[in-house]
Design a binder for this molecule. Structure first.
Ligand code: SF4
Ligand code: SF4
Length: 345
């Protein structure tokens, strides 16, 4: 690992040169408080102060809709796998979204390995960007301990006024700083400024939910029969927005699309949501989670219990997207607070 600085004066030049050599995606303002990762060619197209994008960067690793098998009955083998990926640089990824990508990496590297995901992962270069201030009232990255850089990126940028402090974390990142020679060595005073920022963050990035995250699985287990789940079920519209925007939700549905010649076609997959009515339906029409309350409970258990049991990792990054987007105003932090109060009683 090495540490460099990039002066603000050279930042535009850096992005322009980067975009000449690579397909660069960055956070772009889309009106009101909405932001989206989009292709960019210049620094001016991006905004570096943004609340989490509508859809997280997972869209570059597992597209909402993809074909992964094509078949033709006239072929000797009848079918062939489709693995498509494109080299990309993601610039300006927040630490919560990097934590989301790390969570997905674990799931898709588990057996059976998902080669479509893994080949995209190999082709994506991640350049992180530190949040100097809390996004808004929906974020809980401090509670989930995702407000500071902790690996999972190739380069990491921290805005320190006149310059960016840049951590080079991988060989891929090193190749980029070597091929675009706009960086300088980080000196003692630069490290001091970084420490100053982190000290200020320690005061503003506080755990306002008031639960140490390691206690959440136990709180959930002990409130399994709580009426809070019914309250959420009564409010929930089963739209699936919360899972679509979640950086760690990865469920998908698979089906075959047969062409009119009835000889050729493809097998596709598309994001699915555990909040959809048909999600837990099985042959014969039975559903294991018919009630919306059961589906809400499942969402929270998946984030804070099941995945902790399986992978020793929370599958909530604290990005706040689910609460920000929910039309029924179901709020993850408020729900956790209520569960904690009930648990403490
Ligand atoms: S976004 Fe809100 S209303 Fe829609 S499924 Fe999720 S919790 Fe229910
Ligand atoms: S559960 Fe909500 S806050 Fe947690 S990672 Fe998913 S969208 Fe973000």
């Amino acid at each position: 690992m090495k540490n460099l600085i990039l002066s603000k004066e050279r930042f535009e030049h850096f992005i322009s040169l980067l975009a000449k050599k690579h397909n660069v995606m960055g956070p772009v303002h889309k009106g009101y408080d909405n932001f989206s990762f989009q292709p960019i060619k210049t620094a001016a197209e991006m905004t570096l102060k943004y609340v989490p994008t509508i859809i997280p960067p997972k869209k570059y690793f597992m597209p909402q809709y993809e074909s992964f098998l094509e078949y033709d009955k006239t072929w000797g083998e009848n079918m062939k796998a489709v693995v498509e990926s494109e080299a990309l640089v993601l610039f300006g990824v927040h630490t919560c979204d990097i934590a989301g990508i790390k969570a997905l990496n674990i799931v898709f590297s588990d057996r059976p390995r998902d080669y479509n995901y893994l080949s995209r992962k190999k082709d994506v270069t991640i350049m992180g960007l530190e949040c100097n201030e809390y996004c808004d009232e929906f974020a809980s990255c401090a509670m989930m301990n995702n407000h500071l850089p902790d690996g999972g990126y190739d380069l990491f940028f921290t805005d320190l006024g006149d310059f960016f402090f840049v951590e080079v974390s991988t060989l891929k990142g090193d190749v980029i700083v070597e091929e675009i020679p706009v960086f300088e060595e980080a000196l003692g005073r630069h490290f001091k400024e970084l420490q100053g920022l982190r000290a200020r963050k320690a005061k503003t990035f506080t755990n306002e939910v008031g639960i140490e995250y390691q206690h959440v699985p136990k709180i959930l287990s002990d409130t399994k029969e709580s009426l809070i789940w019914n309250e959420l079920g009564d409010k929930c519209l089963a739209c699936g927005n919360c899972t679509n925007v979640c950086p760690t939700c990865y469920c998908f549905n698979i089906w075959d699309e047969v062409n009119l010649d009835l000889k050729t076609g493809k097998r596709v997959r598309m994001w699915d949501s555990c909040q959809n009515e048909g999600y837990a339906k099985v042959a014969g029409g039975e559903s294991f989670r018919e009630e919306r309350s059961a589906r809400q409970k499942h969402r929270f258990f998946k984030k804070f219990k099941y995945m902790v049991d399986r992978y020793a990792r929370f599958f909530c990054t604290g990005c706040g997207r689910c609460s920000r987007t929910c039309m029924a105003q179901i709020n993850l932090k408020e729900t956790l607070k209520k569960l904690k109060e009930e648990y403490a009683r």
